[in-house]
Write a protein that binds this ligand. Sequence first.
Ligand code: IMP
Ligand code: MG
Length: 184
Amino acid sequence: MDVSDVEGDLEEVLIDEPTLNARVQELAAQIDRDYAERNVLMVGVLKGATVLMSDLMRAMHSHIDHDWMAVSSYGSGTKSSGVVRILKDLDTDVQGRHLLIVEDVLDSGLTLSWLLANLRSRQPASIEVLTLLRKPDAVKVEVPVKYVGFDIPNKFVVGYGLDYSQRYRNLKVVATLAPHVYGG
Ligand code: IMP
Ligand code: MG
């Protein structure tokens, strides 16, 4: 989906395609280097990380394993509460594995800190986090993030995997939504 397909719905393009692509290549090269001696298991968080994961894994030169988890975080409206339920668990036994969690966006960080605690209890050999986007509030929570694609302002964004009511995930750029779309 191009910007021209949903022009009226968008306020501003924050990250365009070439910028996304260049950063993903850099991250892939960094992961290739960091895991040169170890077999990484990339754990994508559904559904927001799908687009990033598919670009990231194809940009990598080493063999990788990947798996998916789906979680739902209870909250009021758009705010996350930190109470999380597993909708789809991993197929893989992660004990002794080197995990890299792949997330779309870190906002309050509550979902991710729950996920980290849950995965740590399964005794992986190591665990790191990659997030495409990070919002300012994320610094308030103690979530150790090793790889960050972009720091963005505290605005609701869509595209490149991120949705509003399950739409815009297939938009090729990261953009803010016009207020009329979310009733703002
Ligand atoms: P938190 O870090 O627990 O507050 O929640 C992060 C989750 O909320 C992400 O994985 C997204 O699914 C969702 N989310 C947070 N900010 C945005 C946004 O700007 N656009 C789309 N989804 C978002
Ligand atoms: Mg997510």
